[in-house]
Design a protein around this ligand. Structure first.
Ligand code: COA
Length: 374
């Protein structure tokens, strides 16, 4: 059999999953058979997290119980708060997330896989708390309370960031964003989680692998760079001139293109609509108009389309989210998908161990150190 290398494992079926499916030709995304379009219109992040982790949609009673459990997991130990206070303001926020997850794994280790649902709930509730406690302490000198009347993850995040009751539209936009970022089949970070889980390691270690993988600009960091780009311009015309020049220099435009989708990203229409809505609410349409002009240019010049990250950047901006927290927010959502994949991997496990084509030297005699010269 001819063995070809498939660089980046594109098109390789590396395992089976019942958690989500990406329409390779029809540009759809379903979580356990349900369209993200329905979730973006009618569901909450907690409903989606429950579905991903427990394989079925919750009833009202189950959802209320689940939300209450998550609320109960928000607080952090004194030792964790101290560690977060010791991390400097100039640390990379994704390093903070990775460290916080690792610390949780030390303090509350997963000693037994029968507790895996509880660990997933703890991570869902604690990751936003860790992110915002560190940010407010190191950047604003404030020791914020991690308790909140907000019963949704979206409301909790927005409340902790601003210290105020969030605007209803902001809350819904954040909820939709968390839903859309929650799961995406065998993307790089999820695959990293599964590789780690397949060694029968603990859930925290597997999620740490995911966070480290998500940190890179080709995966999770794209929305921050997209924000830096769209913020530079006062008018769509200036944006077009600048981005044209970037394309001529063969530079990547972050927030465009996708490894699997080839014509459009099914998540984009939802965030784009929200970006438009929030820009009207803010009475400032420039960012939206600049974004649209860049979208049109890339479609015409390169046949490229915006992925979830592009319009998420302006949505986050309008909700008052500091740019540094864009990628950590991705963690707060994707941890639902990661933990679902870790559970699925464990349920039908085999060590993930591919092979490599050797391209190094042919066998050669060893040279003792004394014979190697200076
Ligand atoms: C996501 C990404 C890594 C997919 O990479 P990929 O599968 O290797 O993409 P493709 O090979 O199909 O790209 C085809 C061509 O389009 C170009 N291209 C792809 N994305 C581009 C972008 N965002 N800006 C400019 N050119 C881009 C590639 O350079 C390539 O050009 P070439 O044929 O001249 O070499 C890539 O699109 C990218 O780097 N996007 C920016 C980062 C980003 O937004 N990441 C978040 C993903 S959800």
């Amino acid at each position: 059999m001819k063995k070809e290398i498939n660089k980046g494992l594109r098109g390789v079926i590396a395992g089976a999953t019942a958690i989500s499916t990406i329409g390779k030709t029809s540009q759809v995304l379903n979580y356990r058979g349900y369209s993200i379009d329905d979730f973006a219109q009618q569901a909450s992040f907690e409903e989606v997290a429950y579905l991903l982790l427990h394989e079925k949609l919750p009833t009202t009673a189950q959802l209320n119980k689940y939300k209450n459990r998550l609320r109960g997991f928000r607080n952090l130990s004194k030792a964790m708060l101290q560690i977060l206070e010791d991390i400097p303001a100039n640390a990379h926020p994704m390093d903070v997330m990775r460290t916080a997850c690792s610390v949780l794994g030390c303090m509350e280790p997963e000693t037994d896989f029968s507790k895996q649902d509880e660990v997933a709930e703890r991570l869902l509730a604690a990751m936003p708390a860790c992110m915002l406690y560190w940010y407010c302490f190191s950047h604003q000198g404030k020791r914020i309370s991690l308790l909140s009347e907000e019963d949704s993850t979206a409301g909790y995040i927005l409340h902790l960031i601003s210290g105020k009751q969030p605007h209803e539209l902001h809350k819904r936009c954040m909820d939709v964003s968390l839903i859309l970022y929650a799961e995406h089949e065998f993307n790089a970070s999820t695959f990293a989680c599964r590789v780690c889980a397949a060694t029968l390691s603990d859930m925290y270690s597997a999620v740490v692998s995911g966070i480290g993988t998500l940190r890179g600009p080709l995966h999770g960091g794209a929305n921050e760079v997209a924000m830096e780009l769209i913020q530079r311009f006062e008018t769509p015309e200036k944006a077009v001139l600048f981005v044209k020049d970037m394309l001529e220099k063969k530079q990547l435009i972050m927030g465009f293109g996708h490894a699997i989708y080839k014509h459009s990203d099914p998540r984009n229409k939802h965030v784009k609509e929200w970006s438009k809505r929030l820009s009207a609410l803010a009475g400032n349409e420039t960012l939206y108009q600049v974004s649209e002009a860049i979208e049109e240019l890339l479609r015409n010049e390169k046949n490229l389309f915006p992925n979830l990250d592009f319009y998420s950047a302006s949505c986050y901006h309008f909700m008052g989210i500091p740019k540094k927290l864009f990628t950590p927010l991705f963690v707060c959502s994707r941890v639902a998908g990661w933990c679902a994949h870790i559970k699925e991997q464990r349920a039908d496990n085999r060590l993930i161990r591919p092979t490599a084509k050797y391209i190094g030297p042919t066998p050669r005699p060893f040279v003792p150190i004394t014979a190697r010269g200076n």
